[in-house]
Design a protein around this ligand. Structure first.
Ligand SMILES: Cc1cc2nc3c(=O)[nH]c(=O)nc-3n(C[C@H](O)[C@H](O)[C@H](O)COP(=O)(O)OP(=O)(O)OC[C@H]3O[C@@H](n4cnc5c(N)ncnc54)[C@H](O)[C@@H]3O)c2cc1C
Length: 317
């Protein structure tokens, strides 16, 4: 019997992992448990059962109110250890990546972070992830008895919610004082956007000459009822758009029904974030741009000429 433990600081991420667990549990002869920590943990149990958890371990201890990676890793370790969990899946959020490494060290487990998929080969979990700056897709199998794997959001399809039920156990944890202390909390600068959930996405790259030209893209996005995403240079180096809008290896991984790529060359570090889109359309003035190798529809042209025409035309559809 394999015991799989799931934790993600974002519930949607946990639901995706649980949905995967539900699919493979029979083949692995596994039980799927989930961990809920912090304020309001107990109240979320019903939703977690609905996505496939057999068991929930929850704690609302005061020490878990704020997120401290060392304290949370300790909490997960105590739960995994006392209940004999061999495999821990963690959502690869910013917090999750750090937790995975800390937890693996405590469990003496092998660790893979930023998995983009997990495949079953017999009883082996073959973990797929991008390596070498996104230029290579590697498939890895952890040979250690215990395994910790952090999985990128949107790697697994969320299943339909069912009327599931299971056992919710309150755990009593012995937690040390965190090694750091939060002295002040400030809202993050930048806009709140959930690109991962967008059905339509318009992505802009370095084909845009200046920030003042963004309305060109905004008009098209508005017409298509789309969210705007961008390549790394625009969010990182030039800071024309917030980092929440960066799409790719170090940005968001999106799965829209339609993705329009404007003035983007198609480097792998960006395209890993859009490759699961249902339909991809690109506009690029260079007909040899790599982006054209992966699109459903390609327009060779200048975005300054093509995009206004597209927006006009689409308004009449
Ligand atoms: C570890 C690592 C992680 C990274 N993570 C990410 C990531 O998450 N996301 C990401 O996006 N990048 C990421 N990058 C950067 C990535 O490698 C590329 O540098 C970046 O994606 C290129 O952005 P771009 O396509 O906008 O620019 P470019 O590669 O410069 O392409 C611009 C394109 O615009 C076209 N163009 C120019 N003018 C016009 C015009 N007027 N009309 C039409 N087309 C025009 C050009 O022909 C060209 O193809 C990462 C890099 C590393 C090393």
């Amino acid at each position: 019997m394999t015991n799989i433990l799931i934790y993600c600081d974002i519930d949607e991420g946990a639901f995706e992992l649980l949905s995967w667990g539900k699919k493979v549990k029979d083949s692995l002869h596994a039980t799927i448990s989930a961990v809920l920590l912090g304020k309001g943990a107990k109240g979320k149990a019903a939703d977690y059962f609905a996505y496939g958890a057999d068991k929930i371990y929850w704690s609302e201890q005061a020490a878990l109110t704020d997120f401290y990676a060392d304290v949370y890793a300790d909490a997960l370790f105590q739960i995994a250890n006392t209940n004999d969990h061999d495999i821990v899946l963690i959502g690869s959020t910013r917090r999750g990546k750090e937790l995975a490494a800390r937890l693996a060290q405590k469990m003496q487990a092998g660790c893979i972070t930023d998995a983009g998929g997990i495949e079953l080969k017999g009883q082996d979990l073959v973990v797929h992830r991008y390596t070498l700056g996104g230029n290579t897709l590697s498939s890895e199998v952890l040979k250690t008895a215990k395994k910790v794997i952090s999985v990128l959001p949107k790697s697994f399809e969320k299943s339909v919610k069912t009327a599931g039920q299971g056992e919710a156990l309150e755990v009593s944890l012995t937690l040390k004082e965190p090694k750091t202390k939060i002295v002040e909390k400030k809202g993050k600068a930048g806009d709140a956007v959930s690109l991962e959930d967008a059905q339509t996405l318009v992505c802009i790259g370095r084909g845009l000459n200046k920030k003042e030209d963004l309305p060109l893209v905004e008009t098209l996005a508005k017409t298509l009822n789309a969210e705007i995403g961008c390549t790394r240079p625009l969010s990182h180096e030039w800071q024309w758009l917030s980092e929440q809008r960066e799409v790719g290896l170090s940005g968001k991984k999106c799965k829209p029904r339609l993705c329009v790529e404007l003035g983007i060359s198609g480097q792998i570090q960006h395209t890993v974030g859009i490759r699961d889109s249902k339909v991809i359309v690109a506009v690029n003035k260079d007909k040899t741009a790599p982006i054209f190798e992966m699109v459903d529809y390609g327009i060779v042209g200048d975005i300054y000429e093509v995009v206004p025409k597209l927006s006009e035309k689409l308004k009449t559809v």
